[in-house]
Design a protein around this ligand. Structure first.
Ligand code: AFP
Length: 342
């Protein structure tokens, strides 16, 4: 319980923070504010269920496979339907897209459509579920391009530069929500005793001195020369490099969150492991782009090895992309190695 030991100088709930942010935009109608509020609420529901994962019969996988050919975990479905149900009826959205659905998720005819588009990865890192390790939810919001009615594919295939809001929830030692609406990156920690997300990380900046590099080293034999040599660089073995320590969770949200707070680089490059996935594993629209927006707002940078993630024009909903994200200096160094060695 809070009392004399209270660590926070000021209690700023996520609701209050979102409302304060809204004041910066006098033209705001409040639609985005309530959308963010509901995403935070959906996150609390998902957090409550992930916290009970070992206790109720939701741990483990279903027998179904999603559009990526990956086995769908029960918690994935629960997270997916939670976010959908919080957002289908509000009149704020023209449509949604999720990792778990092949096409656009339409707003049911009986509800009005609105001016925003919501994309989400309901439960990222779900192969970690059975091992009680970090998982997360990633969300991003665009303004629709079409003028009215149900959202069309062009509304979804927008470059990350057009993002209005991006954020993630991380379900770990504690649950946190981190988001940006283009005015810095702010992190809120869920206090389970009162059920509120309180501001604990105001205006997050990636530390200038990087601490960790993060890549699945198990795939080393599938990398191109640029990635191999860059990895030697971050290990301090080539080019007067950094000699960083290594960390890898295998959950993008977890690996990114650590990179954001500690400084360093996370990368999931293109590799030769699976010819059907020449651009690596991660998805541009609902994984790489939102985290790239957050990274840039925190003073960092994200690239596919050749150009900014935020400048890529998506061609399809589930498009994959190589991702290099973290301290600008390191990501640009990775680009340099890839330009030079491929
Ligand atoms: P899962 O949701 O199947 O666990 O995949 C997680 C993920 O998409 C991303 O969160 C990780 O960064 C990446 O895959 C890890 O992939 P590898 O297991 O190939 O390293």
């Amino acid at each position: 319980m809070y009392g004399p030991g209270l660590q926070l100088k000021q209690i700023m709930t996520i609701e209050r923070h979102i409302l304060e942010e809204q004041k910066i935009h006098p033209e705001a109608t409040g639609t985005l504010t309530t959308l963010l509020y509901d995403l935070a609420l959906a996150g609390k529901f998902i957090a409550a269920n992930t916290a009970r994962a070992g206790l109720v019969e939701i741990l483990g996988s279903t027998d179904e496979y999603n559009v990526q050919g990956e086995q769908v975990m029960k918690l994935d479905q629960l997270a997916d339907s939670t976010i959908y149900r919080f957002n289908d009826h509000t009149g704020r959205l023209a449509g949604m897209a999720s990792e778990e659905h092949e096409g656009i998720i339409p707003i049911p005819d009986k509800y009005p459509t609105g001016k925003y588009i919501l994309l989400f990865d309901p439960l990222d890192g779900s192969s970690n579920i059975d091992y009680n390790t970090t998982i997360g939810t990633i969300f991003s919001v665009y303004r629709r391009i079409s003028s009215e009615g149900p959202g069309v594919i062009e509304d979804f295939l927008q470059p990350g530069r057009n993002l209005v809001v991006a954020g993630y929830l991380i379900y770990s030692v504690s649950t946190m929500l981190v988001y940006t609406s283009g005015t810095g990156v702010h992190g809120f920690t869920l206090d389970p005793s009162v059920g509120e997300c309180l501001l604990t990380h105001n205006d997050i900046r990636i530390p200038e001195k990087p601490k960790y590099y993060s890549i699945n080293q198990g795939y080393e034999r599938y990398w191109g020369e640029g990635v191999s040599r860059f990895t030697k660089y971050v290990q301090g073995l080539e080019g007067g490099g950094k000699s960083l320590s290594s960390r890898y969770i295998g959950s993008l949200v977890g690996d990114f969150h650590r990179t954001l707070l500690s400084g360093g680089i996370f990368y999931y490059p293109a590799d030769h492991k699976d010819p059907s996935k020449p651009d690596g594993k991660l998805r541009l629209l609902y994984e790489a782009a939102p985290l790239a927006f957050i990274a840039e707002q925190a003073g960092g940078y994200a690239s596919n090895g050749r150009q900014s993630i935020l400048d890529i024009q998506p061609q399809s909903l589930h498009q994959r992309t190589p991702l290099f994200i973290g301290n600008r200096e390191l990501v640009e160094k990775a680009e340099e190695y890839i330009r030079r060695y491929g």
